[in-house]
Every structure is written in C-alpha cells, then in structure tokens.
Design a protein around this ligand. Structure first.
Ligand code: HEC
Length: 125
C-alpha cells in the first residue's frame, strides 16, 4: 500500500510544467504550493516521518479527511483549538468527520503534534 501511494505522489506531482506561476519547480512533497510558515517545514517533516500519509492526503479524502479540508474547517483557529486538535492526533478518535477512527499516536509529544497541526492549517488556500 505504501509503495503504491508513493508512486501516486510521483505521478501526480511529476509533470507539473504548466501551472508553475512564480515559484521554484514543484517539489516532490504533497504541498509544494503551500505558503511559507515557520512551522511548515518542521510540520511537513513530522507528517512525512509518521504514518499520517497512509490515511491522509493533501487534496483527497483517504481514510481520513484531506488536509486541505481540515485547514478550511479550522481556518483562523485559536491556539486553544490547535492544542485540542493536536491532542486528538495523540489520543485518536472519531466523530468530527465521520465514524472512522483515527488511530492514537501516543508516542508523539504535544509540541510535535501542534507543529503538524500548524503545517496542516497552513495548507489553506
Ligand atoms: C488510521 C488512519 C489515520 C492515521 C494513521 C492518521 N489519521 Fe488523522 N484522521 C483519521 C480519521 C479517520 C480522521 C477523522 C476523525 C474524526 O472524524 O473525528 C482523522 C482526523 C485528523 C485531523 C482532524 C481532527 C479533527 O478533530 O478534526 C487531523 C488534524 C489529523 N487527522 C492529523 C493526522 C496526523 C498529523 C497524523 C499522523 C501523526 C494522522 N492524522 C494519522 C485517520 C488517520
């Protein structure tokens, strides 16, 4: 499953020669067009290092909601909300987006989880 998804990323990000407006060539990351944010690079690295991308993609619903949808939903989130959503990643849970469970990530620190939430929220268009 993971190698297949990696291929999908390569295919979907590979041939982007038409739409590059002002910035560098498309990077092989799920969110090359996202705005720069201090937490962005760190959050992206953490998301890539953990199992998040087996259930989430930036633009498409997979097992969980797309990160873009999450970013829209929590646009303008207060620090308290970021803390809460980060806690959800650590504890796991369901009910906000449907009945499917997000698995707990008990080994993550609250700080790392918040960094990932900030990265996800920076994906808002
Ligand atoms: C086993 C699949 C799975 C994995 C792995 C997973 N998620 Fe999720 N995620 C989900 C599902 C399903 C939901 C929707 C939960 C709900 O409806 O409340 C979700 C929801 C979320 C939300 C929104 C939470 C909310 O309350 O609105 C965020 C943010 C998130 N995931 C981030 C992550 C991050 C970061 C990781 C990696 C550390 C990760 N997810 C790993 C399945 C997963």
């Amino acid at each position: 499953m993971i190698p297949l998804m990696a291929m999908t990323f390569l295919i979907s990000c590979g041939g982007g020669d038409t739409a590059s407006k002002e910035k560098k060539p498309v990077e092989p990351t799920p969110a090359a067009e996202a705005p720069k944010d201090p937490a962005y690079e760190a959050g992206l690295a953490l998301v890539a290092k953990n199992d998040c991308l087996t259930c989430h993609k930036v633009d498409e619903k997979l097992v969980g909601p797309s990160y873009r949808e999450v970013a829209e939903k929590y646009a303008g989130a207060t620090p308290e909300k970021i803390t809460e959503v980060a806690g959800k990643i650590i504890k796991g849970g369901s009910g906000v987006w449907g009945t499917v469970m997000m698995t707990p990530h008990a080994s993550l620190s609250q700080e790392d989880a918040e960094t990932m939430v900030k990265y996800i929220l920076a994906l808002k268009k």
